[in-house]
Each structure stands twice: as C-alpha cells, then as structure tokens.
Design a protein around this ligand. Structure first.
Ligand SMILES: *Cc1c(COP(=O)(O)O)cnc(C)c1O
Length: 230
C-alpha cells in the first residue's frame, strides 16, 4: 500500500504542477483548490492525505462517503462528485459542503423538495464534450437550466462542473474546458446569478494543467495523489 510519505510527496508534486500551470496562465496558485478524490481508497490513506494538509475530499458513492465521514477528522470538507440517485437524497442532506453532480433539473427539483428549511451548495454538471457516456446537461441548455435551478428553494448555485473528454489529446481537452469557461463567464453576466457563483470544477489527474490554463478554480485529483485505484 502507498505510504504517508509517498502521499505527502505526491501532494507536493501536484501542488507544484498546479502552481506552474497557474503562473503560465497569469493566475495565482491560491485561486485553485485541490479536491482529493478518495473513491475506493481506504480510510488510512485518507488520513495520510489529511496529514499532508488536504482538507477537501471528494467521493463518488454516497454510502462509501458516509462511512468515511464518520471515521475521519471533522475539519474535512466533503464533496459529492458522483452521480446522485433520487432515492439517496435523504442520506446526503447536511453531509456535503458541495454537490458537484447536479446533472438535471429533475434531480435539482427532487433535492430542493427534500431540503426543508436547509440549504445546499451545488454545481451544475455540464457535458462539455458531448460524449454520450457522460452525465450533465448539454452546453446549449446549461444557462437556462442553471437559472431554473437557482430559483428553486434551498439550492445555492456556486458554479459549474464538467468531466473532460476521455482522451489524452490536450487539444480536445482544452476545447471542452473552453466551452465550460465560456458558459461560466456568460452565466456570471446574468442578473439572477449570485455573487458567489465562483467555482469552476474542472480537471482531473490526466488533464488538470490544461483545465487550470482554461480557468479552473477546483481540480478533482485522485490517481495523481493516491496512485492507481484498486
Ligand atoms: C474519479 C473521478 C475523478 C478523479 O479521477 P483521477 O483521474 O483519478 O484524478 C474526478 N472527478 C470525478 C467525477 C471522478 O469520478
């Protein structure tokens, strides 16, 4: 298994690559948050990532996340990044600082209906590559859907999220990220968009540098920190 000194070294390496990509694009490294994607990783590995200074952790599956939340320090900010089924909504209430994977108006309505008097920060997931296997609303309908979601009680739209295309071609990756950044900028000119609509969640281990060059403010990094998943 990967040791805590391995993880600490890998975190430093990722931080260095983030800083370099930020500087290349005339941005401040501090504008970019690292979200450690911890799916399939055991609790001890997460503890090592916490010791290495990471505080934002992202999980894909609700059940797996809840088990880890109970076992780890309470200063961790948990993010839900995987597909959320409506029958799991009750379990996620008050557990996650941010749900990245709101991928339809229907899901947003179901979430809003169950929140009661509570609030939930969310991102709208956009299918920026158009790959049929990918979740998210199409770029064409993104702004309109975002406005409808923002009007639902309890949901706080904080920005947009995308999963880049399944390719190692940086040109294709860049194209998808440019689409999301364009939507983000255009949303921010609308009167209904809240002031803190400021999160652009894009970039994973294989494409986070390109994503940062295109304006990402949060990169979701799994294997670059933890090595290959079991
Ligand atoms: C697994 C996953 C990641 C992290 O992927 P890596 O390639 O391991 O960095 C990021 N975002 C989402 C939505 C994921 O499911």
């Amino acid at each position: 298994m990967i040791t805590s000194s391995d993880i600490s070294a890998r975190v430093k390496e990722v931080q260095k690559r983030i800083a370099e990509a930020a500087v290349r694009s005339k941005r401040q490294p501090s504008e970019i948050t690292i979200l450690a994607v911890t799916k399939t990783q055991p609790v001890e590995v997460l503890r090592a990532a916490h010791e290495a200074g990471l505080r934002d952790f992202g999980e894909n599956r609700v059940q797996e996340a809840l088990e880890k939340i109970g076992a780890l320090p309470t200063d961790i900010r948990w993010h839900l990044i995987g597909q959320l089924q409506t029958n799991k909504i009750n379990k996620i209430l008050h557990q996650f600082v941010l749900v990245h994977s709101v991928d339809s108006l229907q899901l947003a309505e179901a979430l809003s209906a169950r929140l009661g008097n509570g609030n939930q920060d969310i991102l709208l997931e956009v299918n920026s590559s158009g790959e049929p296997s990918k979740a998210g609303v199409s770029p064409m309908e993104a702004i309109e859907t975002a406005e409808k979601i923002e009007r639902l009680p309890g949901l706080k739209m904080r920005g947009l999220m995308t999963v880049g295309p399944l390719t190692e071609d940086p040109g294709k990756q860049r194209e998808a990220f440019k689409i999301l950044k364009g939507l983000f900028d255009s949303a921010r000119t609308k009167s209904w968009v809240p002031k803190n609509f400021s999160i652009l969640s894009m970039g994973m281990s294989g494409d986070f540098e390109t994503a940062i060059e295109e304006g990402s403010t949060l990169v979701r990094v799994g294997t670059a920190v933890f090595g290959p998943r079991a």
